[in-house]
Design a protein around this ligand. Sequence first.
Ligand code: FA5
Ligand code: MG
Length: 441
Amino acid sequence: MIPPSLFNQTRLLNVSSLRFIRDRSGVAYFSSSSFNLDSNIDSLKNKARAPHAHNNTPESIVSKIGRNLHRQPDHPLNIVKQRIEDYCQSYAMKKYKKIKTNENSCESDSNTIKFQIFDDMSPIVTKKRCFDDLLVKPDHVSRSPSDTYYLNDELLMRTHTSAHQTELISRGVNLFLCSGDCYRRDEIDSSHYPVFHQMEGVKIFHESELVPNDEERSNAIIEEDLKELLTGLAVHLFGKVEMKWSADYFPFTDPSFELEVNFRDQWLEVLGCGVIEPQVIFNAGREGSKGWAFGLGLERLAMILFQIPDIRLFWTDDKRFHNQFVGLSKDHQKLVTFVPYSKYPLCYKDVSFWLPSAGGNPSVSTYHSNDFYEVIRDVAGDLVEEVQLFDEFTNKKTGRTSHAYRINYRHMDRSLTNAEVDEIQFKLRHELVTRLGVELR
Ligand code: FA5
Ligand code: MG
């Protein structure tokens, strides 16, 4: 018999790509790829752990591989994912006509009328798919090991679901939604987490939907459709909320936009999107085609939808969190407002240090604040709610720079004792010296 957890996973899969595999106990299941069963999660994790001089992916990150929160029934990320998919399908049914490419073929029928859903593509991708194909310049900061978890010189943990754009477009998929866990060495606060979930949407237009030989008008049609879909989605999810479109920049789209939604009196960026650069489509082997793409942050949307105040909560095992969402993966209308079950006291500690200097030159430093955040995550995990740089100065005589940070500690499920936090802070100070070479002040 298929265990319930696996049944739930297989139930969500795209039937066309099912295949038969066998797990370690000899029980056979259907799977859409080799990545959604425990044994394959293990092999992904082992791949991520393989020693390499440029592997900068710590165990705290590797342990998140295969959690697949976006596919767990009744998890808020799964609920929001399903609601988006539902909305997009109904938009497609209304708006996109079936297109016959020629009299004898209805090849594009299934592609254009419904979004194809992908939600179990491997989070380990090549540098080519994640950056090169998307025209991210070789020296762009998003590629640097201070921002990205590398496994070796070729493979990395995907930093965005856009890493699947050229692969899927090259396979001839013209309308798709692709969700998955993404990994970034990022700052620490209530709306950033090093592992988060995105949903990519892509539509490649058929030439009959555009204006022949008129790039400007064709791009206007693409842009209008993109914004209509996404504005409609925001209204569908949230009803009346304050939102604003702004111009943005991505190397793989032009023009590019971001959408922000007002959440608890702050603007929260929920998505990036734009008209796909012709060169990206060329890289996918589909020269001359045109389309749009978007990337949604599923945590941010779920935070707004359910009023979840802290991004760390998505990873908790606490029943007081999960019980509040029971049944919602099936019931797409029901609205739930998350009721915080606790707000345990905050405990903050400050740390200040001189940055390490490079090659004996005090005014040049190898230090990157993302390295600092990573050490904090390794030592204190989810106990850290927020880290703020509150003082920075350079000593004119020595040329050395000092940083002072405030670290807010708070457990989501219980109170922390002062002694407990002191011990973590002590360990942290030690690790900062040994791993980053800073001089504590
Ligand atoms: C991207 O990742 C682009 N790939 C989006 C895109 C796709 C643009 C297709 C154009 C076409 P950005 O870095 O802004 O863009 O991230 C998109 C969304 O992911 C953000 O709006 C935010 O909602 C979410 N996000 C990004 N970083 C984090 C993080 N550390 N924690 C939680 N959510 C995050
Ligand atoms: Mg952005």
